[in-house]
Design a protein around this ligand. Structure first.
Ligand code: SF4
Ligand code: SF4
Ligand code: SF4
Length: 333
């Protein structure tokens, strides 16, 4: 019988991180997380890969490079036939670590660069010197052809978006994720400072669009669904906006080092644990699927509902404790 297949999993190797970004979406962030546990991360990965095949595993955290055995984990996933990406803040990416990732066939190393201005980047990460390390890591990963950059647009860095993208390109990067700040984790505490109003967000995306149009060799993707009544995406044809599906057996999922399965890395709700129930049963459970069937009542008469889905409702889970309300950026922005 063919093994149960999941196309895309974000595997959180640890909840710990050496940065404390003001916008960090990790739902556990304000309280912190236990120290990295390499043995636990290895055991859970083995358990996961015994229950299903996975098309692409993105090693994330927290900061995944805090795990001393991350390369062994990559080998295990690669031997099981998975593509592997690494989502890191870049500050701990040594040259040896990078070259090992390249040798092991890691497809992408994703590193955030928040501004061309070191002070703005370091302010947002709360770590002095992080800009220099992130730029250095991006240049080296770009040189190997596996670097991907991430730009989280907040009110603080929105005015410098064009300069940031130019620096990303100068680092040899040709794929960039441009996501608007999504409320959650530390970002709840800082949301008044960080959430851009819709006009500011629209002009930041206009700058991204102009950059993407001027550089056809760049792939620009925006991965956090934004309510269309907050940001109309039509004026930005050169940006690839993704859509969030609620089909649990087809969508990207998140599993953490303890085996907890979640809808995505932004969602705090645990759907089940792979040590007590196989992941295929969790994902095909009708009661669990029913949790994602409803639509926000605020959106019930909106003609854009099918395209929009009410924005990011994992952010609603974090702020309001329910998936059934529209994205909180509408109230806060
Ligand atoms: S956003 Fe990433 S780098 Fe920043 S604190 Fe959170 S896990 Fe660490
Ligand atoms: S579906 Fe809801 S969030 Fe989306 S545009 Fe309509 S009212 Fe706004
Ligand atoms: S719920 Fe939000 S963060 Fe999660 S995948 Fe969908 S848009 Fe992205």
């Amino acid at each position: 019988m063919p093994r149960f297949h999941i196309s895309n999993i974000v595997y959180e190797l640890t909840g710990a991180c050496n940065q404390c970004c003001r916008f960090c979406y990790n739902h556990w962030r304000p309280e912190g997380a236990p120290a990295p546990d390499p043995a636990r991360a290895r055991k859970t990965l083995r358990k996961l890969l015994s229950q299903c095949s996975v098309g692409t595993i993105s090693f994330s955290g927290g900061e995944p490079l805090l795990l001393s055995n991350i390369h062994n984990l990559v080998i295990r996933a690669r031997l099981k036939g998975s593509h592997v990406n690494v989502l890191t803040n870049g500050t701990l990416l040594t040259q040896d670590a990078l070259e090992n990732f390249v040798s092991l066939g890691v497809g992408a190393i994703q590193i955030p660069l928040l501004s061309a201005n070191p002070e703005v980047h370091d302010y947002l990460t709360s770590l002095k010197g992080s800009w220099e390390k992130a730029v250095d890591a991006l240049r080296r990963a770009g040189g190997k052809g596996i670097g991907v950059s991430v730009l989280v647009i907040t009110k603080v860095n929105a005015p410098g978006v064009s300069e940031t993208l130019s620096l990303v390109r100068d680092c040899g990067i040709r794929t960039v994720m441009v996501n608007r700040f999504n409320i959650g984790g530390n970002g709840i505490r800082n949301m008044r400072e960080l959430v851009p109003d819709s006009k500011t967000l629209a002009s930041a995306f206009a700058a991204v669009e102009a950059f993407a149009a001027a550089h056809p060799d760049m792939r620009v993707v925006s991965g956090v669904c934004t309510p269309l009544c907050f940001l109309d995406t039509a004026p930005y044809p050169h940006i690839q906006f993704t859509k969030c599906s609620t089909d649990l057996t087809g969508r990207p999922l998140t599993v953490n080092y303890d085996g907890d399965v979640r809808f995505c890395n932004h969602s705090p709700r645990v759907l089940g644990n792979i040590y007590s129930r196989v992941i295929s049963d969790i994902l095909q459970d009708p009661d669990i699927n029913a949790l994602y069937a409803g639509m926000p009542s605020e959106c019930s008469h909106c003609h854009l509902l099918e395209r929009c889905g009410g924005g990011c409702r994992a952010a609603s889970e974090q702020l309001y404790g329910t998936f059934s309300k529209q994205d909180p950026i509408i109230d806060v922005g």
